[in-house]
Design a protein around this ligand. Structure first.
Ligand SMILES: Cc1cc2nc3c(=O)[nH]c(=O)nc-3n(C[C@H](O)[C@H](O)[C@H](O)COP(=O)(O)O)c2cc1C
Length: 324
């Protein structure tokens, strides 16, 4: 089975092609991993087939906190608590690679949670209020906050960091033409400007973590919405990202989050990931709707991706695939 074959790509060495994707547990205690958080990740790490486990998203700054129980990488104070989590996971499964995801929610939160007016690429309105457009100097400050969070991820003992640029959060709000109405160098005029915040963040993160530490990007490549980002955009974006110093491209949806309207088949983003995989040498992760090992194997065999994420099926059965 391809699913059980190792993947070696530069800094990335995974013992299999099975990925447990980021899934928010809402289990933090004062924004730190609590006993329930540690128990959850130990349970996931107990799957002997998995090669890569992601944490849920962590906020990089209070302004970008997505929900009251979100975990934090916004301060050095979290490092010793996060070290307990990485040690607990490593004790269960030393061969598993464990990456932490970092995020800024942008307008995808509320002022009740962050304590300040929401920010985004543009002045937007949602059910939870309006946002102000980030000025360029604040974008640069947030890039440094992503970098500081990534440095903390490394110091906490993780094997890699993932920058969240999917599911309608801040970096995705810059990438999607549906939420970016800017007129400056971060505007929607072309794919480079839509990606500029992300590409500058990647450079800042790389400076902060050094040359040896794996960096993944979760990109909401396609909105699957009228006038939104397209599969062609995802291919162009992947070419740009693959010219940067990153290790892994984790593709998911954009403003529709991780679902795709009208689709429930295993690997519902396979049309996007197949096109991206053919256009880049970066390893590509496909996640969404995979329920059985046979489905994962079939997607790998038809070169839809290099790695397959299994989320909710793994939550339902942490021994997923073991008896297959
Ligand atoms: C409860 C829950 C929480 C999630 N939290 C995150 C998250 O923190 N970051 C992220 O990138 N995706 C998150 N996702 C999306 C998953 O990573 C994955 O893309 C999605 O569940 C689809 O895969 P599946 O059909 O195998 O479950 C979450 C999904 C669920 C169900």
């Amino acid at each position: 089975m391809i699913l059980q074959k190792p993947l070696v790509h530069g800094r990335l060495q995974l013992k299999s092609r099975l990925v447990i994707p980021p899934m928010a547990t809402q289990s933090s205690e004062h924004d730190l991993p609590g006993r329930a958080t540690i128990a959850h990740y130990q349970k996931m790490a107990g799957n002997p087939l998995a090669g890569l486990l992601f944490t849920e998203h962590h906020y990089i700054d209070m302004q970008g906190k997505a929900n009251p129980y979100q975990l934090s990488f916004a301060s050095d104070k979290v490092i010793p608590y996060q070290q307990k989590l990485t040690a607990a996971v490593r004790a269960v499964n030393p061969e598993l690679r464990f990456f932490a995801q970092i995020n800024h929610a942008g307008i995808n939160t509320s002022s009740y949670i962050t304590g300040e007016k929401m920010v985004s690429a543009s002045a937007l309105s949602t059910g939870s209020g309006t946002s102000r457009a980030l000025p360029a100097e604040e974008i640069l400050q947030l890039e440094e906050k992503f970098a500081a969070a990534a440095r903390r991820v490394k110091e906490a003992g993780y094997d890699g960091v993932e920058i969240h640029a999917a599911h309608g959060y801040l970096l995705n709000q810059f990438y999607s033409p549906l939420t970016n109405y800017r007129t400056d160098a971060y505007g929607p005029q072309n794919i480079e400007t839509r990606l500029r915040f992300l590409t500058e963040t990647i450079a800042a993160v790389r400076r902060a973590v050094g040359a040896d530490f794996p960096v993944a990007v979760r990109l909401g490549g396609c909105d699957y919405m009228e006038s939104g980002s397209t599969i062609e955009d995802a291919v162009r974006a992947a070419k740009i990202l693959s010219s940067l110093d990153i290790d892994l491209l984790d593709l998911s949806g954009g403003l529709h989050i991780y679902t795709r309207p009208g689709h429930s088949e295993a690997g519902w983003f396979a049309d996007m990931t197949t096109a991206v995989k053919a256009a880049t040498s970066l390893p590509v992760i496909l996640t969404g709707g995979v329920r059985t090992p046979q489905q994962a194997e079939e997607l790998l065999q038809r070169k839809a991706a290099d790695l397959i994420g299994v989320g909710r099926a793994m939550l339902r059965n942490p021994a997923w695939g073991v008896d297959a």
